[in-house]
Design a protein around this ligand. Sequence first.
Ligand code: SAH
Ligand code: DHB
Ligand code: MG
Length: 240
Amino acid sequence: METEWQLKGRCISMSKMAGQKTVLQEYDRYISGLFAPEDDALRSAREEMLRASMPEINVSASEGKLLHLLARAIGAERILEIGTLGGYSTIWLARALPPQGKLISLEIDARYAEIARRNLKSADLAKKVQVRIGPALESLSQLEAENEGPFDLVFIDADKDGYVNYLRKAMPLLREGGLVLGDNTLPDAVLDSAAESGTKRYNAEVSARPDLISILVPVLRSRGIDGLLISIKQTPAPKA
Ligand code: SAH
Ligand code: DHB
Ligand code: MG
């Protein structure tokens, strides 16, 4: 008879083949069942996104809870999100804010932004959240010009080729001790040493920056394993 461990090993190697997602999905269902149950606002945000035929690329409930918890842990009062989609991750993050807190979310697609605003209104978060339409690099320049910083937390989750530039532009807007969170930073493709990607460039840049202290944490997604790159901004030690 197979022991539990043998069974687990077999399932995981099977997951390399066809039956793939199911095992990981079950782990994720276990985690979110206990720690990240969705309420009506989160469920209806996902339903609205499906109704609008938006891509299902929002964070999972468990990753949403992780974002929420990290924001709480640092007492974030001002959050910057790059890549809104339907506002699903936005809801998890904005719910971590105190009453006077504020979240600004950047989205290039006006139709998506409109749906996100509706979902945020249904979640009773319209007062705390501003969705800005436009290419994120331009919006970041505007935020700088308007002196909207400093932020306590920046969540980067838009086009992967833009990540390095978003980071460079967002760093001056982030307070010391603030967090930078990079979504989708552990796709399968990072294991292919021959392949180049925006994600790999971002991971390399973050790992090399002396003003960030970082770790890439694997997270479970419906498609398999992905990751969240977590960084704290610090003042680099002066060179001797
Ligand atoms: N954070 C969301 C998912 C974001 S998906 C969640 O987890 O719920 C990525 C989003 O980034 C898409 O909505 C896409 O339209 C947006 N995007 C892509 N390129 C962009 C750009 N240059 N500027 C701003 N947003 C962009
Ligand atoms: C996908 C997932 C994401 O979280 C994202 O931001 C972009 C794409 C995906 O699964 O394809
Ligand atoms: Mg993402």
